[in-house]
Design a protein around this ligand. Structure first.
Ligand SMILES: NC(=O)c1ccc[n+]([C@@H]2O[C@H](COP(=O)([O-])OP(=O)(O)OC[C@H]3O[C@@H](n4cnc5c(N)ncnc54)[C@H](O)[C@@H]3O)[C@@H](O)[C@H]2O)c1
Length: 259
């Protein structure tokens, strides 16, 4: 089990699904955690239950990011880990909506999934550079298997998650070139049983069973299984892993589509 004792972590989208599982896992592994979410009630309730701090945050509000990071540092004295987990689907393929609705959906999903992640990396790096004892930290960004094999039914989601993969690599290599011991890696979950999939099922009935069947394991992931990979990348267990990607997809992308 990765040891996160003494580490200070921010987890976005902590109120449900993979974020909630990550928050629980980090606390169990000894970290002091600052959770954020737009869902104030659920986020606060979970943080109170596990002994984490909570702040309401829309990750797409870039002006808020330095404030959130500042609050975490003020609370705990440093920042070691950021998990950019908050995300949403837009539920529209390229020709599915009229212009106004299409571009509104596109702008929103990119603002949350991509710009929110970029703004988080930027604010976290600024804080991690100033950590007592020297610059050090680990950022874990959450993409999706749709970044590799896209959903025809959600162009904005697939495109934003593909961009998150390159964002992570650019952040990782920038930090390395600057001589900063700040790593940035991507976890690529496959179909995981969370609220986002419940919501997508509403738009695309049958999606849940169909995506479960894409894994040779023939099931959805439990969010705790994804959180385990996030905890590993966030820990000091893997100092040479940066700019890397970890698939947590039950081998869904490893099998020939005909089987
Ligand atoms: N569930 C899956 O099958 C799956 C697969 C691949 C990737 N992912 C990714 O995993 C991450 C977590 O998703 P999940 O499956 O746990 O979904 P979820 O819907 O259960 O949780 C997402 C959380 O993010 C919060 N959120 C949404 N928009 C936000 C915003 N603008 N600012 C702050 N918080 C916001 C929601 O309130 C919610 O608590 C997402 O980035 C998602 O794209 C999920």
């Amino acid at each position: 089990m990765p040891d996160l004792s003494g580490k200070v972590a921010i987890v976005t989208g902590c109120a449900s699904g993979i974020g909630a599982a990550t928050l629980r896992r980090f606390v169990a592994d000894g970290a002091r955690v600052f959770g954020t979410d737009v869902n104030a009630a659920a986020g606060r309730a979970l943080c109170e239950e596990v002994g984490a701090r909570f702040a309401v945050q829309d990750v797409s509000d870039r002006a808020l990011w330095p404030q959130i990071v500042g609050e975490a540092v003020e609370c705990f004295g440093r920042l070691d880990i950021l998990v950019n987990n908050a995300g949403m689907v837009s539920g529209a393929g390229i020709g599915d909506l009229e212009d106004e609705a299409m571009f509104a959906a596109w702008d929103r999903v990119l603002a949350v999934n991509l710009t929110g992640t970029m703004a988080g990396c930027r604010a976290a790096i600024a804080a991690m550079r100033e950590n007592p004892g020297g610059a050090k930290g680990a950022i874990v960004n959450i993409a999706s298997t749709t970044a590799i094999a896209p959903l025809p039914t959600d162009v904005g989601y697939s495109a934003s998650k593909a961009a998150v993969r390159m964002l992570s690599k650019s952040v990782a290599t920038w930090c390395a070139k600057q001589g900063l011991a700040i790593r940035c890696n991507t976890v690529i979950p496959g179909a995981t049983h969370t609220g986002i999939l419940d919501a997508a099922e509403q738009d695309m009935p049958g999606l849940m069973a169909a995506v479960a069947a894409t894994s040779p394991l023939n099931r959805l992931a439990d969010p705790a299984e994804t959180a385990a990979a996030i905890a590993f990348l966030a820990s000091d267990e893997c100092p040479f892993m940066t700019g890397a990607e970890m698939l947590v997809d039950g081998a869904a992308l490893s099998i020939h589509p005909g089987f």
